[in-house]
Design a protein around this ligand. Structure first.
Ligand SMILES: [Zn+2]
Ligand SMILES: [Zn+2]
Length: 194
């Protein structure tokens, strides 16, 4: 499995969400004996669209492009992982308050965001953020997540479509996603413009 530095290179910064996603992948990989998914052998369904999701893409190969990553913006730090070959699955749900809150970071964040932090505050924030990431990475994954059964059914494999031409905009569109009216195809954006 790739390491945390690989994740940071992909994501752009080190953060608590990325660290938590790393731990989720670590636990899922251990429980289901997962390896990087070159095709669609592994499927992930996330219940959040946070930084955590990028860890799953890099570590387990469940990606937006391959159709084996389903991201729901439900605001819940919960992830379901499935293995197609063994039909085994797991759902990991973040334990509330398992990651201790750093009140000083919470206090400084708005200042960092709007650029009003002094250089000293900026330095302090980044030092705390770094320690926060290290703290999450050092915690046992079992302390961070409750292991549950996956409740959502395993999604079907990605479909392969043929291309047709939209009768309204003249652009190419996958036939399975276009609406067919009296033999003419209409793409989704053109349906929405009507
Ligand atoms: Zn992040
Ligand atoms: Zn169109």
């Amino acid at each position: 499995m790739k390491n945390f530095a690989d994740l940071v290179a992909f994501h752009g910064h080190a953060c608590g969400g990325l660290a938590l996603g790393y731990k989720a992948c670590e636990l899922a990989a251990e429980k289901l004996d997962l390896h990087f998914s070159e095709d669609e052998e592994i499927v992930a369904i996330t219940e959040t669209d946070s930084c955590t999701v990028d860890a799953i893409q890099v570590l387990l190969g469940c990606t937006a492009g391959k159709g084996n990553l389903f991201v729901h913006n439900w605001g819940k730090t919960a992830f379901s992982f499935y293995r197609r070959d063994t039909q085994t699955s797991i759902r990991l749900v973040a334990v509330p308050d398992a990651v201790p809150k750093n009140t000083r970071m919470v206090e400084l964040r708005p200042k960092i965001m709007d650029g009003s932090a002094t250089p000293a505050e900026d330095e302090e924030f980044h030092r705390l953020a770094h320690a926060h990431v290290d703290e999450i990475l050092s915690l046992p994954a079992e302390k961070l997540f409750t292991i549950k059964e996956a409740v959502q059914p395993l999604p079907q494999e990605a479909k392969i479509y043929n291309n047709v031409v939209c009768s309204v905009c003249g652009e190419q569109v996958a036939d399975g996603l276009a609406k067919q009216i009296e033999g003419n195809y209409i793409c989704i954006p053109c349906q929405m413009r009507k």
